[in-house]
Ligand binder design. Structure first.
Ligand SMILES: *Cc1c(COP(=O)(O)O)cnc(C)c1O
Length: 396
């Protein structure tokens, strides 16, 4: 996920446009801004690239999830189904609006298991939030069927899978809403930034208002605008949006490089007995930001991770115990460690986490290794890394 690897003169030129006018805000100051509307420009280009009607830029991926939930009317006491393997932003955004995170097992796609999702639905469920972790996607067809049957929202977290597709549609555009992050380690970056995409014009209007204190954005006098709803401030700045304008133009080249490097790694590891690959649901194409493999046992996965690190293979992740992307690492969540008092319904739900059986998730996560695909590597480097990875795994 290498947006920062390709930062260059194109990004600098876009930022300089903003610096020259000095209008760092995305709204107003029409006379001063030399016709530069970077946030608006990015939104239009991003909606087009993602083949949707609407895009709303915001200040981060976490903000995008929060704004998407709020825009769709999810609120206090509503349950949102999310996976055990994800970034902490999933439960942070759900809890930010007073809703209840319901953690559900993953399967060999490393994303939500549709069977487990269906079992977790209650009368309070409002939304299913699959997270397309490490470059590949959830079984969106199965999840959509479940959402349609139970009248639930399908909100895709595509922060780690920008550019991947399902049934020919860009990830994030398949569900009711899709969210993206442009933080510094994502496939394209703004420094900090995020986006919500949708084809639902009411959700777009709500997102537009909610991320800017409920402003209706009608007319030219910001101070005189009305406020149809309560909101918050999740605005992106023009400086950040300017970086994104340049990065988006580089997305397809980045994806091509990732695919090439990923294929070299996969071809090499295919020959190793005992190594199998994460399942990519039928109809899906990854964005190739990570290669994800399963080892035959937890013990072997741990051993391999250690040996690979010692051999200088950086960007190899063992999420199960070495990171905070899996429920194992979220003690603060399981203990409900909030600075202030949590809503009772939320703390009651969190208390149950420690006694919930997530062995189905452990079964996959305990054996998973993920290799980050960078694009700065030369072909020679990629071949030599692939060779080292293969040799080490063969030994184990
Ligand atoms: C990065 C990320 C986020 C949050 O994005 P920020 O811009 O860092 O707030 C949310 N979900 C996933 C899966 C992510 O990887």
């Amino acid at each position: 996920m290498p947006g920062f690897e390709v930062f260059g003169n194109e990004e600098r030129a876009e930022v300089n446009d903003v610096l020259e006018s000095g209008v760092l805000m995305r709204y107003g100051f029409d006379a001063m801004r030399n016709g530069h509307w970077k946030a608006k420009e990015f939104e239009e280009a991003f909606a087009k690239r993602m083949q949707v009607e609407h895009c709303q830029l915001v200040s981060s991926g976490t903000a995008a999830l929060t704004v998407a939930l709020a825009a769709a009317g999810v609120g206090a006491g509503d349950e949102v189904i999310m996976p055990t393997f994800t970034f902490v932003a999933s439960f942070e955004s759900i809890m930010a609006i007073g809703a209840i995170p319901v953690l559900v097992d993953i399967d060999d796609t490393l994303t939500l298991d549709p069977v487990a999702v269906e079992k977790a639905i209650t009368s309070k469920t409002k939304c299913v939030m699959p997270v397309h972790m490490c470059g590949s996607m959830a079984d969106l067809k199965a999840l959509k069927r479940i959402c349609d049957t139970h009248d639930l929202l399908l909100l895709e977290d595509a922060c780690q899978a920008i550019g991947g597709t399902f049934d020919g549609k860009p990830l994030g555009s398949y569900g009711d809403l899709g969210c993206f992050s442009f933080d510094f380690v994502k496939t394209i970056t703004c420094g900090e930034g995020g986006a919500v995409i949708t084809n639902n014009s009411q959700f777009k209007t709500h997102a537009d208002q909610y991320q800017d204190h409920g402003h209706d954005h009608i007319g030219k006098d910001r101070g005189a605008e009305t406020h149809p709803h309560l909101g918050y401030n999740f605005r992106i700045s023009e400086l950040n949006a300017a970086v994104g304008v340049a990065q988006l133009r580089k997305l397809d080249d980045i994806l091509n490089f990732q695919k090439k490097h990923y294929t070299t790694f996969k071809d090499a590891l295919q020959e190793v007995e005992g190594v199998s690959f994460r399942r990519i649901p039928e109809g899906g194409e990854a964005n190739y930001s990570f290669l994800n493999i399963f080892l035959p046992s937890e013990e072997k996965a741990k051993k391999a991770h250690k040996a690979l690190s010692e051999a200088g293979i950086d960007g190899c992740f063992y999420w199960y115990t070495n990171n905070w992307h899996y429920i194992n690492g979220w003690e603060h969540l399981q203990d409900g460690k909030s600075l202030g008092t949590l809503p009772t319904a939320v703390s009651t739900a969190l208390e149950k986490l420690k006694n919930t059986d997530f062995s189905a998730s452990d079964h996959w996560m305990g054996r998973t290794l993920s290799f980050l695909v960078k694009i700065g590597w030369s072909e020679e480097e990629v071949r030599s890394r692939a060779h080292t990875m293969k040799q080490i795994l063969q030994k184990i």
